[in-house]
Design a protein around this ligand. Structure first.
Ligand code: SAH
Length: 228
């Protein structure tokens, strides 16, 4: 490429001046795939996904179906699955208080952070959580509370939650998470064996108990017990 070398080479410039347009194209592709919620699409048009991945991968950050590595054997969820899960979580109105299990690089956290008043996020791998915390602080998010813990047990101190979203696949629906859901609240999570068929579950807490539906086949990294 010819032309002057830009001095804007920091991670917040990353893909440079084209980011807005690239994000608009990503949003268009998400619409084509059936995502309809305008607030979710607007937020995804704003959040700079490229700053959540390492520089060498930034130019692929807006491909809707690409899960990219974020280190420690983990991946950033694809824009498509982030959109689908967020849309499901917000289907009955925007949740005020959300719990996310599996912070990873923090991209899904950032999307939730623009939709909800408060986001509590739990991650078992300390270096991933610390990096996500730095990225979100640099992007000036002040409504996110981080917790280094095993998400199987949720984050009882912050609960109950209007929405719970899990970004790693559990072998079963953890009871502790169901209990931390407020009446009227909704939980969206992948359930199934690593490498096997996983299903996306939507669980609503009603006055009488819980209702459950299965909406999609999905593929996530496993929810792993313990912390590192
Ligand atoms: N939403 C994240 C997804 C990362 S992959 C992103 O887009 O970057 C799933 C994440 O769940 C990983 O960071 C993994 O370390 C984390 N995870 C797995 N088991 C966990 C557990 N028991 N408690 C908390 N986090 C867990």
């Amino acid at each position: 490429m010819t032309g002057p070398v830009s001095s804007n080479t920091g991670r917040f410039q990353g893909s440079g001046m084209t980011s807005d347009r690239t994000r608009a194209r990503m949003v268009e592709a998400l619409r084509q795939k059936g995502v309809k919620n305008e607030r979710v699409l607007n937020v995804m048009a704003e959040v700079p996904r490229h700053v959540f991945v390492e520089e060498a991968l930034q130019e692929r950050a807006y491909e809707v179906d690409k899960a990219l590595p974020i280190g420690h054997g983990q991946t950033i969820s694809t824009p498509e699955i982030v959109a689908i899960m967020t849309e499901l979580l917000c289907e009955k109105g925007m949740p005020k208080k959300v719990l996310e299990i599996g912070t990873g690089c923090g991209y899904q956290t950032a999307v939730l952070g623009k939709l909800a008043k408060d986001v509590y996020t739990v991650e078992r791998i300390a270096p991933l959580m610390d990096k996500a915390r730095r990225t979100l602080r640099d992007l000036r998010y002040f409504n996110i509370i981080f917790k280094h813990a095993d998400g199987h047990f949720g984050y009882p101190d912050g609960g109950p939650y209007d929405g719970i979203l899990m970004t790693a696949a559990a072998g079963y629906v953890p009871d502790e998470l169901k209990q931390q859901l407020a009446p009227g609240g909704r939980m969206v999570l992948p359930v199934g064996k690593d490498g096997g068929t996983q299903k996306l579950y939507v669980i609503d807490r009603t006055e009488a108990g819980y209702s459950e539906k299965i909406v999609h086949d999905v593929r996530f990294v496993p929810l792993v017990p313990g912390v590192v």
